[in-house]
Every structure is written in C-alpha cells, then in structure tokens.
Write a protein that binds this ligand. Sequence first.
Ligand SMILES: Nc1ncnc2c1ncn2[C@@H]1O[C@H](COP(=O)(O)OP(=O)(O)OP(=O)(O)O)[C@@H](O)[C@H]1O
Ligand SMILES: [Mg+2]
Length: 336
Amino acid sequence: MLDENKVPLIQVEDMKKYYPVKGGIITHTTGHVKAVDGVSFSIMRGETLGLVGESGCGKSTIGRQLVGLETPTEGRIYYNGCELEEIRKNKKEMERIRTKLQMVFQDPYSSLNPRKHIYEILAQPMLYHHISEKSTVEQDIIKILDMVGLPRTVLGRYPHEFSGGQRQRIGIAKALSLNPEFIVCDEPVSALDVSIQAQILNLLKDLQKELGLTLLFVGHGLGAVNYVSDKIAVMYLGRIVEYGEAKEIFNHPKHPYTRALLEAVPVPDPKEKKRGRKLLQGEIGSSMNPPEGCRFHPRCPYASERCETEAPVLKGSVHMTACPVVLSGTEVASHG
Ligand SMILES: Nc1ncnc2c1ncn2[C@@H]1O[C@H](COP(=O)(O)OP(=O)(O)OP(=O)(O)O)[C@@H](O)[C@H]1O
Ligand SMILES: [Mg+2]
C-alpha cells in the first residue's frame, strides 16, 4: 500500500501550457504564448511551496492547471499519486477532487458573487458537495468564519460591504469551506496595504499548520514568499530557474535572476543606496518568442556567448539552479 506521507500530494512532470494567439481577419492561429514551458516539481503533504517571478512569467497559469481549472498542453500532474487527466475521465470523481483543490485569488471580489450575501456564498457549495447538512450548515460556516477571524454578523452582508482585508478573509473561508487538501494562494496579499498583508500572511501560515494544508503560495517578491514557504521555486519566462529550501534560496541565491529579485526587496537602510544595489534592468521578454539559449541572458550581467545558445537545465540535488555560471556565495553576503 502507498504510504501517503511519502507520495507527494502534488507532482508535476514537464508541464507546458501554450495559449494560441489569433490574428488576421479570418481568425487563425498565428503563434502561441508559451506561458509555461516545461516545469517539473513536487509538493509534499503539509508543505508550502512558494512560486516567485516577475509579472507574466506563468505563475497563475501553473496555479490554474494544478487546481484543474485548465488542462496543460503537455506534461502530467499527479494528485496524491493519481494523474489528474485520468481522474478527469470520471466526472463524479473529478467533482470530488475539485473540492480538494482550491484557489485563493489576488482579488477575492472577482470570485465572490456580488448579488449573494456571505451565508449564501458559503452555504451553497457546502450543501451541493454534501460537506454539510441543511440543519448544521450555519454552525459549520460560523466555525470557518471564526478560523479566519470574522464574526458571525458578516453572514447577512454582501461582498461590497467589506474592506479588502476582510474580503480576502472571506475568500480564504470560501476555499476552506470545501475541506481542501491543497490551496493555490495566487498573490493573496498583493492588493492589500502593508499592515493587512502581514495579518493575512500570518492567518495563512497558522491555518496551514492547524489544518495540515498543502499550499502553493504565488508572489512577486521573495520577502513575503520566504515568510510563508518551506521551499521556493523561482520562475523566469515559463521555466523554473532555481528551486530549493526557502531559507537556502533567500540566504544563498545562486541564479543571477534570483539575486536580482533579492536586490529588489526593499531594505530600510539609507546606506544601502550608497552600496549600489544592482536592480534588474529591462523588461521580461516575450513568451511568444522567448530568447534562445538561457531566457534570462539578455538581462543577465554575467551572460557569456554560451548562454545565448545553450538552454540551461535545472541541476543539483537539494538546491537546484539552471545556470552554468553558478556564482560564488560571497557577492550576496548582504542578504544573509
Ligand atoms: N487565457 C490566456 N490566453 C492567452 N494568453 C494567456 C492566457 N492566460 C495567460 N496568458 C499569458 O501567459 C503568460 C503568463 O501569464 P500568467 O498570468 O500566468 O503570469 P503571472 O506570472 O501570473 O503574472 P502576474 O504576476 O502579473 O499575475 C502571459 O504572457 C499572459 O499574457
Ligand atoms: Mg498571476
């Protein structure tokens, strides 16, 4: 029998997601956006994997494939050792698994029906999926609201009557209401002000521990991601360029892109300016026509001729990096 603690809850093998681009008067496909272009990783039960990278690198696309909202163009996703595409063939089983795979969005307003009050928003899916009975659903909802720090008085209110932070708590309650095992938190704090960000991050961290949840935490910056994650994957233009233990990535980044991301973490120290932090120049390239070789080479201060032609693969056993120029750790000592 499979020991479920030894099988990753989520396993991704060489996943690609290409979106067709239409053009012309007669709409035909003129190319593809290679949003995700060959990523592999796994997340053990009870673990939080942080996914970071600039806007447009494919983070949300990965999230949507993992919770079954979309199907990858190529590659495999395993949930608890079973391939998601196989599960999908059995409609009833897929419906059950979909409740186990939830998503918390950056803008919870978009996932909350503005015409329904909070009781309806939470109760309907719980009843539909037989997670609760009519006679107990209100009590069950009150317990969930309590977990996310909201009073029972919110039940009769509508989404627009809440602040951003409160709305995100409702978004988290909605995800929790279906007894999930895995939650993709897609930039859940990016739209909130700094003090509220800390509250929501702490809430997610506590819930993860308390309920033994497995999380994929998506973020732009390494600061927040490092705070909640056990492991971190750094993405650049559809690929993972560095992967490892969160502490290790944060304190000893190897890939020049990860180093550049760390340079972008604000430091409340005026002397930092004088030390000349190397901030990332230029724009993330096009995912329709990604650069040949290493996709980061046009922006990389260490790029050599080899980087223009050779696409580096993710190498290493624990701390993995996709860069042949693995730099010495001393240059980033200021982050240690
Ligand atoms: N449905 C779609 N059709 C076509 N292109 C898409 C679609 N969804 C995403 N893309 C493209 O795929 C790429 C990756 O998008 P994605 O939303 O995954 O990025 P992201 O890393 O989440 O960015 P952000 O940090 O801004 O949320 C982008 O170039 C985007 O324009
Ligand atoms: Mg996104």
